[in-house]
Ligand binder design. Structure first.
Ligand code: R5P
Length: 294
């Protein structure tokens, strides 16, 4: 087996390769094959494998910002591995971009995730592994897909960091399953806020609500933090209800621009995310789950 840590997931790719090596007691250990890449001055991506043969190839490449560049690198890697004779290509895309655009919210909009799925399949990926997609899109794929559930890992990390018994909160009713999963690990109860988003401007509004958290710790669980607007509003609601410490937790810490500063300024004591998106708040690694899935 060959593991290719893509340009967007160099560290996670190495962690996955290490985990696979440790798991193999007998037989051939996986090889890490680096990939040469650069972006030309006009924005085009260049990519070259040093060595791919007739083996199973696991490509680890997230699609966080710069999203479209990372997606194109993914397509180039998958397609080239197949061209070079890879027996099977597994695309590990820890954060799969464009899932939020899974329908036409306004008439005439592109259903972007369907286009991304067609492109992954056109590049000839044989299977896909991803983590906690925003909505369930598995039935749209023709190839097998594993959507790993990562949130319990994040909740366990927070429990080990002294948040046992904390109240679990999701910033949106649609994501209440995240709060229930968090609460299964932390105890301490759960609830969800109600959020509305202006489909044209993207502006978020959260309906204020009194929560039973006076003097208690609160963990807010969301699948992703992008601009931080949703999370910052939820932190404010928890603080107004008298929460002691508030932790902002997510699977995919995109944290675009000043998102982290916004959330901390709203009163969060910490931000915890996973390495589906690399960065300063990617504290929990999803590598063990990916290794298990492989
Ligand atoms: C949307 O429904 C997601 O679950 C997140 O709440 C959202 O994408 C976060 O975006 P932002 O950080 O820009 O508010």
């Amino acid at each position: 087996m060959i593991v290719v840590p893509g340009p967007a997931s160099l560290e996670l790719g190495e962690r996955v390769a290490k985990g696979l090596s440790a798991r193999i007691v007998e037989g051939v250990k996986p090889r890490v094959v680096p990939v040469e890449h650069r972006v030309f001055p006009d924005g085009e991506s260049y990519l070259r494998f040093s060595d791919v043969v007739d083996e199973e190839v696991v490509i680890v490449q997230t699609t966080s910002p710069p999203t479209d560049t990372h997606l194109l690198q993914l397509f180039l890697m998958v397609n080239t591995a197949k061209d070079l004779g890879a027996r099977r290509v597994v695309a590990v895309i820890p954060y799969l971009a464009y899932v939020r655009q899974d329908k036409r919210f306004l008439s005439g909009e592109a259903v972007s995730i369907d286009v991304i799925i067609r492109l992954i399949e056109a590049a000839r990926a044989d299977a896909l592994i991803t983590c906690d997609t925003h909505s369930d899109i598995s039935s749209r794929f023709k190839i097998p897909i594993k959507n790993l559930q990562v949130l319990p890992l994040v909740a366990k990390h927070l429990r080990d960091q002294g948040f046992e018994g904390a109240f679990s909160l999701s910033p949106d009713k649609k994501a209440i399953n995240l709060a229930t999963m968090g609460s299964e690990v932390l105890g301490g109860g759960y609830d969800a806020l109600e959020k509305t988003r202006d489909r044209r401007t993207g502006e978020v509004q959260t309906i204020e609500k009194a929560l039973p958290v006076r003097g208690k710790d609160v963990v807010i669980f969301d699948d992703m933090i992008s601009t931080g607007g949703t999370m910052a509003l939820a932190v404010e609601v928890a603080k107004k209800s008298g929460a002691r410490r508030v932790a902002a937790a997510c699977i995919h810490p995109l944290l675009v621009g000043n998102a982290a500063e916004r959330i901390l300024a709203a009163g969060a004591e910490r931000i915890v995310g996973t390495d589906t998106v690399p960065g300063p708040y990617s504290i929990v690694s999803v590598a063990p789950l990916i290794v298990k899935a492989l």
